[in-house]
Ligand binder design. Sequence first.
Ligand code: ZN
Ligand code: ZN
Length: 249
Amino acid sequence: MKIKFYGSSHGLPERDRFCTSVLIEAGGNHYMVDTGAPIADMLIRDGLRPDVLRAIFITHLHGDHTCGMLSYLNLASWYYTASDPEIFTPSIYLEEAVNAWLKVEFREPRTFRFREITEGEIFSDGVIRVRAIMTRHHNDTTPGHIRHSYGFAIEEVATGKKVLFTGDLKPGMSDMPAVVFDEHFDTVVLEGAHTPLHKCMGVLKKCKTDRFIVGHVFPQVVTEDSIKAVKGELDIPLTVAFDMAEYII
Ligand SMILES: [Zn+2]
Ligand SMILES: [Zn+2]
């Protein structure tokens, strides 16, 4: 399995980073976690057709994880019509919003396959298996405004290799998906915006993983000093992702 960062930034784009999006390639199939980057453009720049995506998994409905989806679905409506990914969203509001947007251009907008996420296994196609674990980053239980946030545990079926995407977390990472304390993961993709990593060493040390990759990078939080402090204390390798960086899991 390979993961490739199309966007490695936090809530704001940076000079050299789009917002969060990660392409997953496994068994010749392609999937996306979050769509904060202009994913249609990025796929094309990467030599792929936009219709390669089988599924899109959205951790939560903040714009830095979703806004690249609109141009993708617009293009899929009239040109890349073979694009038909299953779209996993923490709230079905996303489908309503997309449909409202598509109506601006199309009299009869195309419908896409949105799926509302619930905790547990949400996807399995024989190539990858995806479990959703609820976090507390984006939490609103007000009727009419219900929102949730999730991390994703993604396993390549053929190899058994596993990667955990934490998604955005509460300051202090107190809502780190607990599955990583019980099960071994080959890689954990951490978010680097809401807590300086050297301030959550207790959580990081409990994680059963061979490697950390930091995405969702907020430069004022993922500082050289912070990374140095973490590396000094942690036995597990840690790298900071940049756009178009790819990693074999
Ligand atoms: Zn974010
Ligand atoms: Zn967020």
